[in-house]
Design a binder for this molecule. Structure first.
Ligand code: GAR
Length: 190
């Protein structure tokens, strides 16, 4: 079995799609859901599927490497709306084994503070004719690791930030789990 840990800070709609996608999969399972928020709905979703959960404390996440013990046996860390910067020790320990989804076409609209609705508001303010999603490897900097997959959607002049968010989220839900599956079956199997 290849084991996935999902890190998510919020609603967890992408996490849910991923959990559902791999339910009953012959060789891939979601083994752990990690959040930095004890009240995040994503934790209830995981518990409802019988998936172990873990709530991070900022101090131990950044000042210790305790988390590594809990990630033993994990083959891929998936950031699905996880907003904390990944510390160096985790990047070093999981080379090319941490992926993130970003709700825009990187390198545009990435970096610190660019997440969720702030991304869509910036896209709207710039009058872009398209937006989209980027799935990329994670390094020590926000949104800078190598791009694995991008898909775009066209925007209409009347689309506000909320409408853009809906279009982008639909792309995320369609593509994230299949891209993860491809990564785990093509790249990692020897
Ligand atoms: C997703 O749109 C994801 O791309 C974004 O947070 C949302 C989480 O939604 N991530 C970032 O902005 C990271 N910079 P969800 O909790 O419903 O999956």
């Amino acid at each position: 079995m290849q084991r996935i840990a999902i890190f998510a800070s919020g609603t967890g709609s992408n996490a849910r799609k991923i959990v559902e996608h791999f339910k009953g999969h012959p060789s891939i399972e979601v083994n752990l859901v990690v959040s930095n928020k004890a009240t995040a709905p994503v934790l209830d979703m995981a518990a409802a599927h019988g998936i172990p959960t873990l709530v991070l404390k900022r101090s131990s996440f950044y000042e210790t490497e305790e988390l590594l013990a809990q990630l033993r046996g994990i083959d891929l860390i998936v950031l699905a709306g996880f907003l904390w910067l990944i510390p160096d020790y985790l990047v070093r320990h999981f080379p090319r084994k941490i992926v993130n989804i970003h709700p825009a076409l990187l390198p545009k609209y990435g970096g610190k503070g660019m997440y969720g609705k702030y991304v869509h508001q910036a896209v709207k303010a710039a009058g872009e004719a398209e937006s989209g999603i980027t799935i990329h490897y994670v390094n020590e900097h926000y949104d800078e690791g190598r791009v694995i997959f991008q898909e775009s959607c066209s925007l209409e002049p009347e689309d506000d930030a909320e409408a853009i968010a809906q279009k982008v989220l639909a792309l995320e839900h369609r593509h994230f789990a299949p891209v993860i599956e491809q990564l785990l079956t093509i790249n990692y199997r020897s």
